[in-house]
Design a protein around this ligand. Sequence first.
Ligand code: CP3
Length: 659
Amino acid sequence: MDSTTENSSNPDFKGLRVVAFESRMAAETRTLIERFGGRAIIAPSMREVPLEDNHAALDFAARILAGDLDAAIFLTGVGVRELFRVMETRHDRAALVAALGRIVTVARGPKPVAAMRGLGLAPTITIPEPNTWREVLACMAAQIELAGKRVAVQEYGSTNRDLNAGLEARGAIVTGVPVYRWTLPVDRAPLRVAIGAIAAGEADIALFTSSNQVTNLMQMADADGAGGALIRGLGTLVVASIGPVCTQELRGRGIAVDLEPEHAKLGHLIKEAAVRGGSILARKRGTSRAAQAAGRGEALAQRSDPQAADAAQRGALHDHPIMRACRREPTPYTPIWLMRQAGRYMPEYRRVRDRYSFLELCQQPDLAAEVTTTAVARLGVDAAIIFADILLPLVPMGVGLRYEKGDGPVIDRPLRSAADLDRIPPVAAADALGYVAESIRLVRRALGDRTPLIGFAGAPFTLASYLIEGGSSRQYQATKTLMYTESATWHRMMEMIARVTADYLNMQIAAGADIVQLFDSWVGSLSPDDYRRFVLPHTRSVIAAVRPGVPVIHFGTVTGNLLELMREAGGDVIGLDWRVDLREAWDRLGPGVAVQGNLDPIALFAGAAEIRRRARAILERAQGRPGHIFNLGHGILPETPVGHVIALVDAVHEMSARR
Ligand code: CP3
């Protein structure tokens, strides 16, 4: 019988090399793979570490006993049992069960249900299959009002940031209750062997049985400088995933999943891999050869090899006019993009926005990506800017960020003292803001090698001003008071923000951003002396930490008195608002830097002829010098007519065209 027949239901690996990352069930995994005729490469990737002093679990106990929570979500069975083991070191089980009986309890699927039953608890809500965070959210939202509810989420392993973000987007106040954390195993040699085998094409099937395995495997490979080779290797073999959560983690890292079993169980996974693995592999490798023979190697490489595709894309974009302008190289025309090019002025945006809150839009990568690319297509601009907000890093800081209609952003618990600052938990961008990375990956894929993508973040001063004022401000009274009276706290806060921001920008670059812009929108409220003392070192540390080779645009408004200092802080391109004359500002900055700007956004309310005149005036101020990126001096206003924006883009392209 043909070994590659697809509907052969006989589980037989026929000697294929099967890599698995199971830890707890390592022995069973090996036995099953070998029973089905596979050659097993077992590389345990995780070690469970019970938290010695599990404060989060004990706080959780105290809060349920005090009636201080409205709902608790239990994500895993092992987690439920471990949580109780910790809580019962201090409290009576019967009291805990009774207290939980008074609030809404949610079990994600059969395992937590069973664990809860074992303790004498019946969940209020049971989440149906495939019980990913989407079902948890949808089910809860359908059965209870989430706004204002205090919700605890029992975590096991890594935090489910999508679930937390979704709950927060619906107004819930979320507390994570980590019960176990995963670390890499003590003996990492088998994992290194497996990574080497995958990278060298010496494995045929990879079995993933949890999302934490993916995280740990990539962490290890990255630490060894083998991340790219590993992802490329995985693109040439059969990747089998136990279920939707694990699949989502793999896809989020650009790893295609070839197989998911009908039931999310180890035995089913191995059996189905044994039934279908051979034919999938033949198809994958066969197609690859056929395509290469047909001379379409490159297109295929893009599909099966995300890292190489990424490198190829960056290469192809290297000579895009906007990339050249960042390096002050001559361009065939002046490239243009516009701050807030995806926003309320655009009907396509308002239509999506009618159905979702602003935070939901930012936190759902498919929506954020759609909004980003729609703006590029509609306007014909030379760059995309990822749809997000400079304030998103404040969400994991737990300060209670809300976007209120009419009032702009509001921070419920502003930082006004050293004690406030001490309450801010450490923020790791990849964990807390991974949805932005995912949006970038989606946009990158959609744009191909046609249009560069700009990532961005708020600069430390502007973010600090929101954190301290609790929202937008006119005078920055609280901000400057803290700066002047508690300078040690001020610098500590700025260092914290700078660390998060650098990490966040590099995460965006790793995901595919070609350029990054640092928004210091409100820094113009400072004197040069204060800027030098209280801001410059921190902005400089962010810019210096950005991955070399990726251009940085450093933007602020009302900065006529600060331009030289901003230049000193860093950036390949300095963003100018409309209050300065472009030519004079560029002369002050010197020849070693590019500039961006600087049309008054209100000019877009005038007619096409006036827009054209003003755009021409700016192009004339730039005198065709290499290194000018056309932009507004600040973001597009919500009432701006779309047609006028398109007219501006066309006018700039046409008037600046150089033969
Ligand atoms: O430029 C783009 O198209 C990308 C997206 C983007 C947004 N905000 C989306 C957004 C960018 C680059 C930002 C940056 C930003 N956010 C800055 C720096 C730039 C500037 O304008 O100075 C600042 C200060 C913020 C903080 C912020 N976010 C404010 C003050 C507001 C409310 C005011 C307003 O314009 O609504 C936001 C909300 C916000 N950010 C919206 C958008 C599209 C509007 C949200 C909505 O749809 O209601």
